[in-house]
Structures are given as structure tokens and as C-alpha cells.
Design a protein around this ligand. Sequence first.
Ligand code: GTP
Ligand code: SPV
Ligand code: MN
Length: 579
Amino acid sequence: MTSNTSLKQWVEECAKLTQPNSVHWCTGNEAENNELVELMLKDGSLTKLNEKTFPNCYLHLSDQQDVARVEHLTFICTSAEDDAGPNNHWMDPGAGHEKMDGLFDGCMKGRTMYVIPYCMGPIDSPLARCGVEITDSPYVVANMRIMTRMGSDALARIERDGTFVRGLHSTGELDPDRRFIMHFPEELSIKSFGSGYGGNALLGKKCHALRIASYQARQEGWLAEHMLILGLESPQGETHYIAAAFPSACGKTNLAMMVPPESQAGWKIWTVGDDIAWLHMGDDGKLYAINPEAGYFGVVPGTSPKTNPHAFNMIQKDTIFTNVAKTDSNEPWWEGCPDGTATQNWKGDSINGKRGPAAHPNSRFTVSAKNNPAYSPMADDPRGVPISAIVFGGRRRETAPLVYEAKSWEHGVLVGAGMASETTAAATGAVGVVRRDPMAMKPFCGYNFADYWGHWLSMSDRSNALPKMFHVNWFRQDSDDNFLWPGFGENLRVLRWIIGRCKNEADAVETPIGFLPTKDSLDTEGLDISPDVLDELLSIDAGQWRDEMSAIGEYLDSYGERLPAELKEQQQAISALLK
Ligand code: GTP
Ligand code: SPV
Ligand code: MN
């Protein structure tokens, strides 16, 4: 058990409420994991995949109504409604607890309650934070073991620190009408009921490391962001770190572990993180980033030796696959998989005559970062890595050029705040609808966006050494839906321009929305792109941008009085330049 009395008390309270048969404190060791896997193989929640070709790999099929995050059922419970802001669903904390406790009442009868101590970030890092998740799902335990530093070491740190985020989770009956993901940032606690899916159930990830952490970060002067972190090493051996915020299923994992194409020989990408970054200001005024996670919960469809060879290779062993299809030889299969033929779809049905994708578009792999051949040796550095550039990006078939640079930190905050992207299968609801997704944090900011932008802006009062800011868009399409830019490995060319700008070595043309590459400053040698297409990728349409800036203005206005004036001034200045 534990010497921390508040943890002991809380576990007792949860047990009293949920009434499990037994309570298991997770150590995170291998024997414990083996026992859980055995249990899940027996109850059918895991299937063993082909041990020869996919050693130590398992398939989990979710309830068909439980395959993505549920933003409409996700709440921020702050005392004042306005603290949650128009960007969140809000519930009064008292009402939130009452609702959740009603659902949790007796819900673990006949089951085991698992207590999972975990640490987000390197266990010896002053920037890391701990939490404890209580759950009745062995699948959650197995995933948390891969995604976080989980078990005895984390518990020891909690006992040293004395503080931790409390997360109570039960899969309940998986009834979408009895499903809520509730956050209490003022109490550093989370209650999640009725879903077993990643972002809803692995509470260390989006619930703790983004929603609760973003709230804490504002109070304490740092940033918790939906960002990948990568190191770009030049042929001369110089490494620059980049943090990039793209919305869910918009390319973070792919960029973070990209393999440079042959044309870019000598360059190398190192993965620090693929989904979440915690950024702290150092004494030198630079932002230092740690990845709070220890594994990847990544989108499977599209993963191939062509698009993402490192990811493809690392999921050949030690991987939990969730909601993919399966072949006759018991191998996982998904759309974009280079070989094999699916015979069973993600619903567990025979594929014969069935319509729709074989793997769910939001099917996921869970795998340790240690399996990634490009895992950065700096990823476990307790100080984090110094960030040279912050990159925002979205999935936009038009309007947004391939890349541009913000003119200042303040302008960069507007670029982030004005981000828009087409919705994806990572959350339930319509796919392909353009919506505002500021800093890729629309589903994840634990407080009012107006205050969040104010917090971002305030960084420049404290430092003259902040990263430069950029915006990218890999997803421009023509009228036949073809992507204009080859993407994936070729994105390295854009990263090189970005670092070139940070070093004052790359040229740019100034436009009303920021600096765009000159034709010569972006390396396009050997690319099969016509001059017309390149022109389209590297220019802006003033008419479209006038509309875009006025839409951003309206969006910002919806935050009312709390909106920082600086942001509106930036928006008005750019609108004026576009006239
Ligand atoms: P979350 O884990 O949901 O936060 O997503 P993510 O941002 O890590 O997205 P991921 O890298 O998994 O990419 C999601 C989808 O975008 C996959 O289907 C990829 O194949 C596709 N994708 C990624 N990079 C590119 C690119 O450069 N060009 C194109 N056309 N598609 C891309
Ligand atoms: C996302 O949706 O942005 C993810 C997957 O990274 S989940 O952990 O489910 O949120
Ligand atoms: Mn994500």
C-alpha cells in the first residue's frame, strides 16, 4: 500500500463507493503484466496475434459505440462557469461530483479495483508530475504501463512529493447515455465513467497531461500543449528542437518519427514526443520541453514502410492493437498496410460482403517509446530540450499555405489562436468539417481560452529568447482531392526552412499574414511538383485571407470581455494589410 495518508484515504473512499471485490496496487512489474494479459485472454478482451510474425502483440476490440473521444460528454467543472469558458462544457463541481458518484455507486461489484500510480515525465525530472488512476479495467492498466512511467517508482515519488492528481475511472456498462469525462481542475481530480477508449480512459494522457496540467501550468507560469517534440539533426551534427501543435489525427506522430527521404541524405529526425509537450521557461529565457509520456497511442491506418517506416517497424512487436482488422494468419491489418488480406473487420465480423473500412479509421497502436529506433537520447533528460521553433498546423484543403512564419511572438499567438482544421475520426461526430481549433487545444484546454491566450502572450514579458513561430499545412488539395504536397518524409524540407529562419539563414518574402519562403529558399530539388502547384502552395489568396481574418475576428469576439486586447489588435492589423 502506501505511506501517503491522503492517497490511502482516497483509495478507501473510492473502494467504499464502487464496492470492488478486491483492491490491487499496481507495481508495474512484468509478472503483474503477464497475469493481467492472461486474465484478458481468458475473458476475451484481448486476442493473441501471431507470435511468430508479431511477437508479444495483442488485439483489443472495443465496444462499437466506444471508439473515440467524446467531446460532447467531456466537462470542466470550475466554481465559476466563465473560468471554463465558451471552449468547454461546464458543470458546477458539486453537481458534477453528485452525477459521477451516482454512476460510480457500486459499479465495481464483483470486479477488481486497480490502483495505478504513474509519473508523467522522466521520473527524476523536476518538471514531471504524478497521478494515481483508479480503474476497473485491466486494459487500462496494460495501456498505462506502456504510456506512462507506472508502478513502484511513481508511488515512491508520490510519497516524496506528497501531491498527485486523482483520477477515478470505470468502464461501467459502456452505455453512451451513461458516459461522462469530468474534470475538477481546482481539486486536481478527474472522474471518467462509461468508456474504455484511450483519451477517455487512460487518464494520464489528455485528462491529466493536458486538461488538468494546462490549468496548473497557467497558475505556475508554464505551458501544457498538444504538441510533438522532435530533434532535427543536420549533416554537420547540429540538432535543433521543434515543438508542433496539430489537431488530433493531423500528423504529429508521423512528423515526430519521420525518416528523411534519400534526397535529404545526412539529415536525421529524433523523436522526443509525439502528442504532448510540457514547456517550462529556463533561466536563459528559452522554453524547455519534456514529453510527459513514455509510449505512443498512435493512429494505425495509413502506417506503412512508405509513410512512417519507424512506426511501421516498431509495431511489429510488443504492441497492443485496438480496433484494427485481422488476417487469416492472425496478423493485424489496416487500410494502408502493405501486405496481407483482412478476413475479420474491427467489429470482429467476417469481412465477406461487409462495406466500410476493415480497420476503424481511429484504430490505434499502443507501444513503448523504447521500440522507436529514432527515440531521442535527450527524451529522458530531466531538464527537457530547448525549443528553437513552435509550429502550428491544421488540415486545410485550401487557404493556408504550405508554411509561413509569424512576424512576432504576439502575432504567433494570433496564428495559433486562429488555427482551423478539418475534424477527424479521433473524436465522435462529423468528419471533415472545418472548425477553429486554437493551438490544437480545443478539446484539451482545461480553462477559458481567453485566459489561455493571455497566458501565452505573457511569455514575452518574461523573455527575449522565445522560439520563433510558424504555421504549416501538409493537406492542401486540388479539385480532384489530390494532395498538392507529397508530405511525410518530404516535410523535412519545410523543417529545414524553419530552422534556416531561426538561424537567420533562409530567405523569405513578407506578406500580410507573415513570412513565406522564396522559391529558392525551400529545397524542392527532385520533387515531382509543377511550378504552378508550387506557386499555389507558397502564396496566399488575398480574398480568401480577408474572409479568414474576419472569421477569426468574429471567433475571437465570441470570447467577449476576457479576450486580451492585444490579440484583437493583431487581427485588425493584419486585416488592414489585406485591404
Ligand atoms: P493524434 O494521435 O490523434 O493526436 O494524431 P497525430 O497528430 O499524431 O496524427 P498522425 O501522425 O497519426 O496522422 C494521422 C493521419 O494523417 C494519418 O492517416 C496519416 O497518414 C496522415 N498524415 C500524416 N502526415 C501526413 C502528411 O504529411 N501528408 C498527408 N497527406 N497525410 C499525412
Ligand atoms: C487524440 O485524439 O488527440 C489522441 C488520441 O492523441 S486520445 O488519446 O484518444 O486522445
Ligand atoms: Mn493527440
